[in-house]
Design a protein around this ligand. Sequence first.
Ligand code: FES
Length: 158
Amino acid sequence: MSKKNVPPQDSDMDRRKFLSVLGWAGLALSGIVALIGNLFYLKPAVSYGPATRFRVGKPDEFKEGIKELFEDQQVVVVREKQGFAAISLVCTHLGCTVRTSDAGFECPCHGSQFDNFGEVTGGPAPKPLNWYQISIAPNGELEVDKSVQVPGGTYFRV
Ligand code: FES
């Protein structure tokens, strides 16, 4: 049997060209997908959470004896004769957010009660509410640092 040398027909050329374009398009697409994947890898999807230091305002904006709530930070800042205090609103029992009350603070979850200084006066809470460090920022505002706890009764004087 002899093999004839038949010149390619137009339909063969079209198919080859189509397959070549398809191959290059697939290669280009995989390259683009790999590039996008690497770009996502360079910027990790990590949430670092809210900042632990935040400013609450100028000292003269606070009235003596009035608790100023910063609910998103779960902190109350109060000005007393002794100075300023930043007291946590996180219950020391199981972490619910306490509410202010006439007597101090009360927890809606299991009924713990705290006085105006965060000391436990009732309920299952095992220890007082945390107090945080206060300082003055360069712009003159009070700055609370939730990463630094201070003993209860430690007031910041301006
Ligand atoms: S979480 Fe506050 S009393 Fe239980």
